[in-house]
Write a protein that binds this ligand. Structure first.
Ligand code: DP6
Length: 363
């Protein structure tokens, strides 16, 4: 399947005006996407848990124009307030998707967004935000042309990817794979697919407690970050390793092998940071408290034999992953010993969720 597959046939119906609303969650990668091959094509495959509590709700208002405009007409609001600073990213997104969503210049849009987590939490809202907006647009499209549920999800993921790579993993629930690889049948560079194998009960209700170590602005934007893999001395080995880790993780998840899962997930997080530390320019995105958390997690695991592990994104916050049947003990430990390392004691309790949901459609 190539990108042209996502250019729609001429629309059968037209929508005069209305609004559509979707809630889309964030996700946490287990095998990390880090590096691009071109137009939002990942340099390596990745897999993530879809989250539940951390989500963006987007309402897209639309009004059909008598004459199509030359430029996109869009207003962006965050929690009801105009947010001019979000506009360039949305306009860039519209430009990237225009050939696949050809009605964009026939409408005037109002995009209202609300994040369930504070804007200044250091949690990236691009995965949930871009996937929510993609879903609203594809929902509109699905009113103009007949599509199956599978086509709908695939296209929403395809469009979300063009806004932010990791956003394509936020449409479906559970475990989602993005990036063509031999281990996962049906995997694609163009969109995310739900993990198509048995998920052992040990992994079905996983928890992710996000420790907010540093709520500041990102030090390295994702565009710059991915760019660091171009000409990186270890790039090829890293991309190969991600392919191998997909196969290893697939087996661990199907067999319920928590120890193997922990080894892969923590190694992926540290490798992501090692890539940043060994690029030009180089960055250290962990903070002293991130390291303290990691050491405490390791000690806790050694002492209790429980299956708590950490992962990191491109920042200082730590995501603590653990199974449902160990949640009581682990949560006690987090509260007693780890909250002290969080900025203002802030953390978010999340868990694996069921994917994006449509809230309303008015037309
Ligand atoms: C470290 O999806 O934010 O979180 O495609 O440029 O928007 P863009 O990048 P983005 O990168 C996420 C990188 C990561 C790892 C991951 O989520 O897989």
């Amino acid at each position: 399947m190539d990108q042209k597959h996502f250019i729609p046939d001429p629309y059968e119906f037209s929508l005069p005006e209305g609004s559509v609303q979707w809630r889309s969650p964030s996700n946490i990668a287990l095998v990390k996407y880090w590096g691009k091959k071109g137009h939002q094509i990942p340099a390596n495959p990745s897999i993530s848990f879809t989250l539940d509590a951390c989500a963006t709700t987007t309402t897209l208002g639309f009004e059909r124009l008598d004459v199509p405009t030359k430029d996109f007409l869009v207003e962006v609001l965050l929690d009801g307030k105009l947010k001019e600073s979000f506009k360039p990213k949305i306009l860039q997104f519209f430009q990237r998707i225009e050939s696949y969503v050809p009605f964009l210049k026939q409408y005037q849009f109002t995009i209202g967004t609300h994040n369930s987590f504070p804007h200044s939490s250091g949690i990236a809202s691009s995965a949930s935000g871009m996937s929510a907006l993609a879903l609203c647009l594809i929902e509109m499209e699905s009113q103009m042309v007949e599509v199956s549920e599978e086509q709908f999800k695939q296209k929403a993921s395809f469009i979300a990817r063009l806004g932010s790579g990791s956003a394509c993993r936020s449409i479906e629930g559970g475990l989602v794979v993005w990036g063509a690889n031999d281990a996962i049948e049906g995997s694609s560079d163009l969109f995310g697919v739900q993990f198509p194998y048995e998920v052992h009960p040990a992994f079905q209700r996983f928890h992710d407690t996000i420790l907010l170590v540093d709520k500041g602005e990102k030090q390295v934007s994702s565009t710059v970050g991915h760019g660091l893999m171009h000409g990186h001395p270890f790039a090829e080995q890293r991309f190969q390793q991600a392919h191998q880790n997909m196969g290893r993780l697939k087996a661990a998840i199907s067999e319920g092998n928590l120890d193997e899962f922990i080894k892969i997930v923590e190694s992926e997080a540290l490798t992501l940071h090692a890539m940043m530390m060994s690029s030009h320019p180089y960055f250290i995105l962990m903070k002293p408290n991130t390291l303290s958390i990691i050491n405490k997690v390791w000690k806790f695991r050694e002492e209790t034999g429980l299956h708590l592990c950490f992962t990191l994104d491109a920042g200082a916050n730590a995501h603590l992953l653990y199974p449902e049947n160990e949640a009581t003990e682990v949560y006690e430990f987090i509260k007693d010993e780890l909250v002290a390392f969080c900025q203002n004691g802030h953390y978010i309790c999340d868990r694996v969720g069921t994917g994006a949901k449509q809230l309303t459609m008015n037309r």
